[in-house]
Ligand binder design. Structure first.
Ligand SMILES: Nc1ncnc2c1ncn2[C@@H]1O[C@H](COP(=O)(O)OP(=O)(O)OP(=O)(O)O)[C@@H](O)[C@H]1O
Length: 738
């Protein structure tokens, strides 16, 4: 593996951090020239400007001219450029690692800003502040910043298909009149602050204010910076950098340039001492070291590769439990890596990445996976994931499956949750499903009813159907994290800490199966539980281990949680959540609306969206109208750069910005020349496509980066009876979000 090789610093990046001659440079004369072109020109980064962010350290150029205090945005743009030039995952991670190491060494206060910029985020998901400025506002800003007509910017965009390239070109060709003061080079933290300010503006004059701020940012940018600032504001960097790669690179940077030194875990003998803690356990798992051997483990010094792998596990685990770059950076800068988990632990108010389940398609398959273990079969309710937090001051916050704060959607639930607590329950983090309920009969209603609920409901207003919270897990109780307890222990605490509230709060229905019983009896129990769940209008079962491997694994799609959906028995096992990337004009009865859409899965490594089906079935007339309208603002002049599909699919297509996610049911999956799911993974040059796809519903709770991955498509393909045995099934249990 290349992991151990000392990394060669690129000439480009080195230039930004290179010591300069001792003689201090005179202040540049204003006005005549703008910062020099492109990232290869280090002069853009030579003169730090005063910190725009009050709490940041003062920028400084010390005696020998080295950068300290702040990372120039030019260094970030140079990193993006290098990433864009390669598709190799390890190379990308090494490039990111290089920037992070330099940041740790020279501008540690900027570490958090750099992580946000690399992931193209402005804030953690639960702050509900998202990038994604509309193209027309950006076109205005580009036109104003670089002295162009909006119509020219628009037509250049139609030609190029990438507004970033349009901005880069406009900036490069800009004629400079030679008066006015020279804009100061952009600092990374300043760019992030500007993004945050732009995304937070609302109200009547918000559009003008946004354009003004974007224009200001672009005026100070070099051509390369203008490209990435534009793409950043659009919410799509298009460089194939996944958040997982950033986390891995961050872990490597902490090993290579530790901000806080420690020899803990330098040798594997130290591992068992921390295995009681989850990060140690994750690290030993990643290293395939048997933690139960305790202190008898040898004294072999861990190789560098082993340390990198262990560090990846630690960082991913910490981020899954406390998904905040602020917490992660503060922890990493003050605590040795191997103790990071003490700083990045689950707490009330910050959502944890939810644990996910693996699909299964028969009772036999469940038994094959869980035979000999005690497990429980819970109803799989047809609603929305609901993570509720109660703080000791009585305040309640609710988070969705993708960690967004949805408290305002369920104002009536806060008092229900407080009522459901027994006297001793003062704070908690609860994992549950919220489901629409008919209050006159107590019957649960299907998801379609819940989906009519408004996004924000004011107290007392009817925001849609009444809802009930069906609790299935307790992750924190009275300040104590229960993540490392078994499900049986967590469930006991859950039942002892809450009581049912009519039509408001209940525990998930479940049937337990012993681990030491007969498989035939176990199969009968599962079958019966499944039938009961279906009668009660649930989607099927969630089957979970109770004692063995039964800790809560944030963000993991775990083999210790299996979903058995009624619609997929003996089918492919699951539906797919696909990104809509294009549309086709309807004919006949569908004249005036789009008649079919092109859908893609996500290749998590490259960020590519690989087409897997053209879908035209399962749409009601209302759906067709609704999706046609929703697609209009998403129409883009060219195929998005990361979309991969066969030429035949491009005929007569209207390209859409990849934003909408739809749940699609499928009869089976097959190899395809036109579709590109998991391209080349089964057969060189061929991808996987869906046969007989049918729309189930829009997944408004999922973003494009949470769509079904190509790994999952491959797994569903390989798991089909017709394919089994002809290829190896990948049983990796580690393919959650991170
Ligand atoms: N008893 C339960 N335990 C866990 N999850 C449940 C339960 N009942 C309902 N659910 C829901 O089922 C979801 C998992 O299955 P499903 O495949 O339907 O969801 P998804 O969001 O499309 O897929 P995934 O989360 O697996 O990517 C959970 O996220 C949760 O919202």
């Amino acid at each position: 593996m290349a992991k151990d090789e000392p990394q060669k610093k690129s000439a480009t990046l080195q230039a930004f951090f290179k010591p300069k001659p001792t003689q201090k440079k005179k202040a540049e004369t204003p006005a005549v020239k703008r910062p020099s072109e492109d990232t290869s020109d280090a002069t853009a980064a030579k003169k730090p400007k005063p910190a725009p962010v009050a709490q940041k350290a003062e920028p400084a150029t010390n005696a020998d001219g080295q950068w300290t205090g702040q990372v120039p945005y030019a260094a970030v743009a140079a990193t993006f450029s290098r990433i864009e030039a390669t598709t190799k995952r390890l190379e990308i991670q090494a490039i990111v690692c290089e920037l992070l190491e330099q940041t740790i060494a020279r501008a540690p206060n900027d570490l958090e800003a750099i992580l946000f910029l690399l992931c193209n985020k402005v804030a953690p998901a639960f702050d509900n502040l998202e990038m994604g400025i509309g193209d027309s506002l950006l076109q205005k800003a580009i036109a104003r910043a670089f002295g162009k007509e909006v119509k020219n910017v628009k037509s250049a965009y139609e030609r190029e298909g990438d507004l970033g390239l349009v901005a880069e070109d406009a900036r490069r060709k800009q004629k400079f009149l030679g008066f006015g003061s020279k804009p100061k080079p952009l600092q990374a933290s300043q760019v992030l602050e500007a993004y945050r300010a732009i995304c937070s503006i609302s109200g009547s004059k918000s559009q003008d204010q946004k354009v003004g701020k974007m224009q200001k940012l672009m005026i100070s940018a070099t051509p390369c910076e203008a490209k990435y600032v534009t793409r950043g504001l659009q919410g799509k960097l298009r460089i194939g950098l996944a958040e997982t790669s950033v986390l891995i690179a961050f872990a490597h940077a902490l090993v290579r340039s530790p901000p806080v030194s420690s020899d803990l875990m330098e040798t594997d003998e130290k591992l068992p001492s921390v295995t009681r803690e989850i990060t140690g356990a994750q690290a030993s798992h990643a290293l395939k070291i048997d933690a139960s051997r305790g202190s008898t483990l040898g004294k072999k010094r861990l190789t560098k590769d082993e340390r990198l792998i262990a560090a990846e596990a630690v960082v991913k685990q910490c981020y899954a439990e406390a998904p905040s770059y602020s917490t992660l950076c503060q922890g990493a800068l003050t605590t040795p890596l191997w103790n990071l988990h003490t700083k990045c632990a689950l707490g009330v108010g910050v959502p944890v990445f939810p644990m996910l389940a693996k699909p299964t398609k028969s009772v036999d398959e469940v038994l094959k996976r869980l035979s000999g273990k005690a497990f429980t079969c819970e109803h799989k309710y047809d609603g929305e994931r609901f993570q509720a937090h109660l703080a000791s001051d009585g305040s309640v916050r609710v988070f969705s499956r993708n960690l967004q704060d949805t408290t305002k959607k369920w104002p009536e639930v806060a008092s229900v949750l407080r009522e459901a607590c027994v006297d001793t329950t003062t704070s908690f983090v609860l994992d549950a499903e919220v489901v629409a309920v008919d209050t006159s009969t107590g019957a649960l209603l299907p998801f379609q009813r819940l989906s009519t609920r408004k996004k924000e409901v004011t107290e007392g207003e009817s925001g849609g159907p009444a809802v009930i919270v069906l609790a299935f897990d307790l992750l924190l109780l009275n300040g104590e994290s229960l993540l490392r307890n078994t499900l049986r222990e967590r469930r006991t605490r859950l039942h002892a800490s809450f009581k049912a509230v009519k039509n408001g709060f209940a525990f998930a229905d479940s049937v337990d199966v012993d681990g030491d019983g007969d498989d035939v009896v176990a199969a009968e129990k599962i079958q019966q539980a499944l039938e009961e769940a279906i009668t009660a209008k649930s989607e099927g079962l969630m089957v979970k281990t109770l004692d063995d491997n039964a800790t809560y694994e944030p963000s993991k799609r775990s083999l210790n949680w299996l979903k058995l959906k009624k619609d997929y028995l003996d089918g492919v096992g699951d539906s797919l959540d696909l990104v809509v990337v294009g549309a086709y004009t309807g004919r006949g009865k569908r004249t005036g609306v789009f008649g079919a859409y092109l859908c893609a899965c996500l290749d998590a490594e490259s960020g590519d969206l690989q087409s897997v089906c053209k879908i035209g079935t399962g749409f009601s007339d209302e759906d067709l109208k609704k999706f046609h309208n929703e697609s209009q603002p998403l129409i883009i002049p060219k195929k998005a750069a990361n979309v991969v599909c066969g030429d035949a699919l491009e005929q007569d297509i209207v390209w859409l910005e990849p934003k909408m996610v739809w749940e699609v049911q499928v009869a089976d999956l097959s190899l395809s020349d036109t579709h590109k799911g998991a391209l080349g993974r089964v057969n060189a040059g061929r991808g996987i496509g869906l046969r007989f796809p049918r729309l189930l519903r829009a997944r408004d709770d999922k973003a494009a980066d949470q769509a079904t991955t190509s790994d999952q498509v491959l797994e569903l393909y390989l798991n089909q009876d017709s394919v089994k045995g002809t290829a190896q099934v990948d049983d990796d249990d580690d393919d959650g979000y991170l």
